[in-house]
Design a protein around this ligand. Structure first.
Ligand code: FAD
Ligand code: NAI
Length: 476
């Protein structure tokens, strides 16, 4: 095999692609990963959206801004007086950039460790070759690679609102929203989804007056209604202005501001001017420059690469994973698909359980869930039992000074199998893992109710919510 001939070429080095490459290498294949992302210095920055302008930098800023807010308000309750509190935004942003770079470098290290050949550039199909495919790489690296198996993991981009193209100065996508160089006095956000709420929280905590304009009349429609209601109440109390049912009209840029005209939920015409505007109305699959036409790669009407349940495309030996295919746009979903595809290439039975993929919104409090919502169960006509437990009744939450929110269990009325777990509250992102494991093992709420949980811990709220399904909470 020549040095440009591979068993597997992965196009895209985000969570789907780099994990697929590593797993394929672990299974003994000769693997290349091609990724075009460059950092400000023009150096390779693998890790995709997640590492560069998504999961990692947003969580860095969420943490920093939460510290700032706690130092300003919450510390006083603990008897800690802070005077002369100041925000050094530049340092906050630099810290975020350092964390991103550590992750980029970590992936390059992992490629070396696992003997994955990395090519920095854009990968495009050039045609079919010897029972496989030819991939041209252009950019910092220029190469022609061949492979029997190709994994497409090219991710997604922020969806544009027609007439309001991202300039990343006044009108910001997720990339610009993570790099505002001075706290805007007034920040507008279009779309009260995951990005809108996370980035809106960051900038509100450091002093921006944030207004979120959402098209739908319901808040967080995919979240369990009871949990979404509770979260909405808490966010409004924190000072986020959330206007639901808005129909966005003209968006006009001034020299230093942006004006949004919209109809509010009553249909009345409104106009608001912001120093910056984040548009977070979902993401679109990214197949730009892939040249799938050269090999007849099939896309659906929305531009997603068409795959079956096992991530097989319309072409033999070509697979696709992550944001560029159907399903939730989540890093851990992309990773699971990447692992499963590598294992399928090796003839193994890789598997992804789409029913137990957890969702987390990293606001404060965090929102996390797995499985069905109450409204889904009702719509499907499933008979169920529900149990809830508020963090207010949890000793550890009181000691932490973080008592907002609740845990909610939904279990089958007959078999008691857990059908969904929903949490709004402190570190919900960690607590939800217990529910994911339980559901993977088809546990009942009684199973969780009978398992010993450490005291005092937030996880006791999970156990108590499971007990509440059978109306026998001990501490509420
Ligand atoms: P991507 O991460 O988009 O990676 C694709 C890579 O392929 C990119 O590096 C791109 O440059 C490269 N590429 C594209 N085309 C080519 C080509 N032709 N040749 C070479 N390279 C190419 N998910 C979570 O689970 N948790 C979170 O907390 C979270 N936070 C987020 C916060 C924000 C602000 C955003 C925008 C997203 C967040 N997500 C989060 C979603 C998560 O980032 C994506 O689901 C995940 O990155 C998808 O991984 P992927 O590998 O499919 O694609
Ligand atoms: P989203 O789908 O979460 O939310 C988009 C929101 O915009 C929705 O509420 C939608 O109703 C609204 N909207 C759409 N068009 C509109 C319009 N014209 N006017 C007003 N409102 C409109 O999308 P978002 O926030 O852009 O994030 C994209 C994806 O990235 C998420 O769905 C998620 O998959 C991923 N992500 C995950 C995170 C996490 O796991 N914590 C964090 C951030 C993003």
């Amino acid at each position: 095999m020549s040095d440009k001939q591979f068993d597997v070429v992965v196009i895209g080095g985000g969570p789907g692609g780099y994990i697929a490459a590593i797993r394929a290498a672990q299974l003994g294949f000769k693997v290349a990963c091609v990724d075009e992302w460059s950092n400000a210095a023009g150096k390779p920055a693998p890790g995709g959206t997640c590492t560069n302008v998504g999961c990692i930098p947003s969580k860095a800023l969420l943490q920093s801004s939460e510290h700032f807010e706690h130092a300003g308000h919450a510390f006083a309750d603990h008897g800690i007086k802070v005077s002369g509190l100041e925000l050094d935004l530049n340092t906050m942003l630099k810290r975020k950039d350092t964390i991103v770079k550590q992750n980029n470098d970590g992936i390059l290290f992992l490629f070396k460790k696992n003997k994955v050949s990395f090519f920095h550039g854009r990968g495009a199909f050039a045609g079919k070759a010897d029972g496989g495919y030819t991939i041209n790489v252009t950019g910092p690296s220029t190469e022609t690679l061949t492979a029997k198996n190709v994994v497409i993991a090219t991710g997604s981009n922020a969806r544009q609102l027609p007439g309001a193209e991202f300039d990343e100065k006044l009108i910001l996508s997720n990339a610009g929203a993570l790099a505002i160089e001075a706290v805007p006095g007034k920040l507008g956000v279009i779309g009260a989804g995951v990005i809108g709420l996370e980035m809106g929280s960051v900038w509100r905590r450091v002093g921006a007056d944030v207004t979120v304009l959402e098209g739908l009349p319901t808040f967080l429609g995919a979240v369990d209604e009871q949990i979404a209601k509770e979260a909405h109440k808490l966010f409004v109390k924190q000072g986020l202005t959330i206007n639901l049912g808005c129909k966005i009209g003209a968006i006009t840029k001034g020299a230093n501001d942006v004006t949004v005209e919209y109809a509010d939920s009553t249909g009345a015409a409104q106009k608001a001017t912001f120093d910056r505007l984040i548009i977070s109305i979902g993401r679109v699959p990214n197949t730009i420059g892939l040249n799938g036409e050269a090999v007849g790669l099939q896309l659906d009407e929305r531009g997603f690469v068409v795959v079956d349940d096992e991530c097989r495309t319309s072409l033999p030996g070509v697979w696709a994973v992550g944001d560029v295919v159907r399903g939730p746009m989540l890093a851990h979903k992309a990773e699971e698909e990447g692992v499963a595809v590598a294992e399928r290439i090796a003839g193994q039975h890789g598997h992804v359980n789409f029913n137990t993929i957890p969702w987390v919104i990293y606001t404060s409090p965090e929102i996390a869930w797995v499985g069905k919502t109450e409204q889904q169960l009702k719509a499907e006509g499933v008979s169920y039992k529900a149990g809830t437990f508020p963090f207010m009744a949890n000793g550890r939450a009181r000691a932490l000074g973080d008592t907002s929110g609740m845990v909610k269990f939904l279990a089958d009325a007959v078999t008691d199998e857990i059908l969904g777990v929903h949490i709004v509250g402190p570190v919900a992102s960690e607590l939800i893992s217990e529910a994911v494991v339980a559901m993977e093992f088809k546990a009942s709420s009684e199973d969780i109710a009978r398992i010993c949980h450490a005291h005092p811990s937030l996880s006791e709220a999970v156990k108590e919510a499971a007990l509440a399904v059978d109306k026998r909470s001990l501490n509420f």
